[in-house]
Structures are given as C-alpha cells and as structure tokens.
Design a protein. Sequence first.
Length: 255
Amino acid sequence: MGQTPRTPRQAVQAALPPQAMFEAGGSPVSIHASRERIVAIVPIRSFRNGKTRLTPVFDREAREALLRATAEGVVAAGRNAECVETVLVVSPDAEVLAWATRMGPGVAALAQPGSMPGLNGAIAAGREWALATGATAILSLFADLPFLTEDDIHTLVARPEPVVLGPDRHGEGTNALLLRLPDSSAAFQFAFGEGSLNRHIDEARRLGLDAGIVRAPGLAFDLDTPGDWADYLTARREWVIEAEPCLLPCRAGIA
C-alpha cells in the first residue's frame, strides 16, 4: 500500500523541531484574543530589489514576481484572520505602498520614515502607527511566508503571553512576533536578523515579560535562499497532483 501524499504544510511540519510544538489550527482563538485590536505589520523593503540572496536561482523579474506572490498570500491570510483588525504594509518604496492601497478593505499602507531605517525600523514605525490608532497588539509577519494561513495566525494569537514568537524552521530567526501593548511591551526593542529568536527571548526577559513560542508550518517556512526554494519545491512534490498552482510560472529550473 502506497504512502498517503502529504500537503506541503505537512511536509514542513514534519521537518520542524518537536519541542514546544503547537499544531496550526489546533487551538481556538482565545476569548482574550477575540477582544483585542490587533494590527498585523508586514514590512516590505521593495519588490524590485528584494530577495537578492535568490539571485543564483532567479533573475530580477522572477524575484519580483515571487515576492509579490508571497506578499499577496501573507496579506490575504491577515485579512482572513478574524482576530486581525488591520493589515499594515510598511515600506519606504512608493511602488509597494501603491500596491498595498489596492489590496482592499482592512489593508493600510504606511510610508517608512527615513529616521527609522531597516527591518527593525519598519516594524517600530508600524508599532507607532498601531498605538496611535488604539491597537492593543501588533503582529509582525514577514512577506515571504508561502504556506501562511489564517489558522497559523489564530494559533499564534491564542497564546496568552504578552510576547509570542513564531520561529523559522531552523529555530534561529523570528518570522512572526506578537506583541501585546501594555506599557512595558511598548518599550520592546526589535532585533530581527540572524539569530533574532534568542535576542527576542532575551528582550522579553529584560522587560520581565513572559514569552511563548509557536512552531507552525506556515510561520516557520520562509523563502530567502536557494536552499529554501529547493525545499519549497520538495514540499510541493510530496503533495497531491491536484495542488494549487506554483508560486511562479514554470520556466527553466522551476517545476
């Protein structure tokens, strides 16, 4: 008897470390979370000049198409998550901001101030916007999460801690961060980049905040390197034939 085909999400789930695992979709949104006003912050530096580490695999146009496709999926997951009030796209790029304004109700665009550069600056700017609009929590989500669904977001938000982290599949980076916004959390210093998971845990400890960790396939898998793309294709090949379309049109080297 043949092995039952797995979805890409199941393939990614099987590759995740077993510790502190919470299955996406397995936890209902808590009553506490349902009363929150959550702004999901999606920072995007640029479509045209992003994902340069994928240059060995894709030319510039293909990288742009890939990032647009994954970003659309991440924004859609945020819009479909009942616990999220607004999806806020933060970018210094006018093209990205114009794209965000066309995404429809529930999506806002924020021009990243020059005084707050980089990824950490973009999320800090999003936090300022969220606080000014009366939000009670922010949820940072990277734009390159191809398997993200609203269930992953619900699972993260269902955790009760003031800081909830969604690690990458290697257990080193932070692909998602939920930050509830009482006084102390508003002082949380973002430290995205290589090894950010431990730095964010240390920052929560510095502020005396409990931190939870949710390892879910849609949160853990990001597309950043040629190795990530190869693993993405492997995960898809384990899926049933009637799978949804690939992120990019088929071309040389892309199945």
